[in-house]
Design a protein around this ligand. Structure first.
Ligand code: F6P
Length: 546
């Protein structure tokens, strides 16, 4: 249980300090401290992280780190890494860091070295991957596997789907598709041009009971057995799960199952067997590099002093804006088209983790918690929502993510620089304009008509972080993932919440199961308890009858 820092003098001090900083423009902060651009940055693995364009002074950073210390971030971090049951509401350890730990390390949990278990599964995944990629593993008719379809949802989909897209450049194995939604169009549109003889399904579900996944998996099973017969199932289905009994009940043998453990949360699971489809696509060596990237940030997070600890600093900046400025959201804008699914991935990681309003002991959190994460790749977002970022009334801190080296590049129309250079120039321009804006006086100087001046004023003072990686590789992707995972952790500790449960999604699931019969039962008035839902069900039934 963490100490409730929101009731401490330090919290009050930060609160008072916030008013001073809030009254100061980033232009003034840079004028008063001209070297902040050189100093307020941190390096973690291959990531250079500039946080100088935040609405903080050096004193603010010191106070935020004091708050992290007071909340016990260092103590809780060690508790996580060593397997204490920090997921208190489910009484579980939280050990996604063990998934990428060095094989030489040992971590005993309930008498078992979990790192040995992790590497045993990674070894089996690697062998299976090699067999699929080399064509040793064949479908029931003897054909090679050409397409892998990952069926899963939430953490059993978003991580591998994001990583597959992000690492598109490195894919040299079968194509992978991802089916998650219970909307049948998802499965149907993905299967439409596939050949059952060359298709392998990877059914991914920690519980192997999630409605969407099990429904899609059953439909996929019918698709295979309809074309190839019942005996084809073992050649066309493998499973990733923690529940052997349910997997075997579905008809997938334990040999074709890749396990993980209850101490891996779904949204933290991409480095486990949940990443199997990614491994098949990029090969086991590249997947090892991906895990190595995560490990580099784990080590940084565990050992770097708080003053140079990237997840701690970025996590505390998130606390600063949420809890003291009352900011609701954070935009994550990757200037890398291949990271298109990264914001969606972060939505589950951050919002399912920290979207809580009670502390771990069940008492109300006494401050704003959680950040709404959203975003799109640059430069697309510039032509969509950046208007609001620049001139709107909301305070929305931004994380820019870019790379110094492209994975692919082309010359520009005028031959000056390359397309990647222009992309990066846009990233830097956006963070500059957000921070410093353009004043009324500067605009008037241009001879802009007076009535247009207010429309053209760019207020600036809009904070951002710039994360510059060397190149989008499996390793840097792993680093980015771990960088955000640990920010979530830091914030959870400071807010005193259990970042590793997700009770808030359960009621919706059971309610959908309860409402289902009312939709297809055409007789009688729907007994659903409220007039709005009942009216909508009547309308739906009428439409379905026609
Ligand atoms: O939506 C809730 C949730 O439990 C997520 O936390 C999880 O990632 C997802 O459902 C899928 O769960 P499973 O892997 O058990 O199918």
């Amino acid at each position: 249980m963490t100490h409730n820092v929101t009731t401490t003098p330090l919290w009050n001090k930060l609160s008072d300090h916030h008013w001073e900083v809030a009254a100061t423009h980033l232009r003034e902060l840079f004028d008063a401290d001209p070297h902040r651009g050189e100093d307020l940055n941190v390096t973690a693995g291959d990531l250079y992280i500039d946080y100088s364009k935040h609405r903080v002074t050096r004193e603010t950073v010191g106070l935020l780190l004091d708050l992290a210390r007071a909340a016990g971030v260092e103590h809780h971090r060690e508790a996580m890494f060593t397997g204490e049951h920090i997921n208190t509401s489910e009484d579980r350890a939280v050990l996604h860091t063990a998934l990428r730990a060095n094989p030489e390390r040992e971590l005993i949990l309930d008498g078992q070295n979990v790192i040995e278990d992790v590497h045993a599964v990674l070894g089996r995944m690697g062998e299976f991957t090699d067999r699929v990629r080399s064509g040793v593993w064949r479908g029931a008719t003897g054909e090679r596997i050409r397409t892998v379809v990952n069926i899963g949802i939430g953490g059993s989909d978003l991580g591998p789907a994001m990583a597959y897209r992000a690492l598109r450049h490195y894919v040299d194995g079968p194509e992978v598709r991802f089916v998650s939604n219970i909307d049948p169009t998802d499965l149907l549109s993905n299967l439409t041009d596939l050949d059952p003889r060359t298709t392998l399904f990877v059914v991914v579900s920690k519980t192997f009971s999630t409605l969407e996944t099990m429904t899609n998996a059953s439909a996929a099973r019918r698709w295979i057995t309809g074309a190839l017969g019942e005996d084809a199932v073992p050649r066309h289905f493998v499973a990733v799960s923690t529940d052997t009994a349910r997997v075997t009940d579905f008809g997938i043998t334990a040999d074709n199952m890749f396990g993980f453990w209850e101490w891996v949360g779904g949204r933290y699971s991409v480095g486990s067997a949940v990443g199997l489809s990614v491994m098949i696509a990029i090969g086991r060596e590249r997947f090892t590099e991906f895990l190595g990237g995560m490990r580099a940030i784990d080590e940084h997070f565990r050992t770097a002093p708080l003053e140079s600890n990237a997840p701690v600093i970025l996590g505390m900046l998130g606390v600063w804006y949420s809890s003291f400025f009352g900011a609701d959201s954070r935009a994550v804008l990757p200037y890398a088209n291949d990271l298109a699914r990264f914001p969606a991935y972060l939505q589950q990681l951050t919002m399912e983790s920290n979207g809580k309003s009670v502390r771990a002991d069940g008492t109300p959190v006494g401050t704003f918690t959680g950040e709404v994460f959203w975003g799109e790749p640059g430069t697309n977002g510039q032509h969509a929502f950046h208007q609001l970022l620049h001139q709107g009334t909301h305070l929305i801190p931004v994380d820019f993510v870019g790379f110094t080296e492209p994975v692919e590049d082309l010359p520009t129309l005028d031959g000056i620089g390359s397309m990647h250079d222009v992309l990066t120039a846009n990233l830097l321009a956006q963070s500059k304009v957000l921070a410093f804006g353009r004043t009324e006086a500067e605009i008037a100087e241009d001879g802009t008509p007076a009535e247009l001046v207010p429309h053209k004023v760019m207020p600036g003072n809009r904070p951002s972080t710039t994360i510059l990686g060397t190149k989008l590789t499996p390793s840097t992707l792993g680093q980015l993932i771990a960088l955000y995972e640990h920010q979530v952790f830091v914030q959870g500790v400071v807010w005193g919440i259990d970042s590793f449960d997700q009770w808030g999604v359960e009621l919706g699931k059971t309610s959908a199961l309860e409402l289902g019969p009312a939709l297809w039962d055409q007789g009688g008035a729907p007994e659903v308890g409220d007039s709005s839902t009942a009216s909508l069900i009547r309308l739906y039934r009428r439409a379905r009858k026609e």
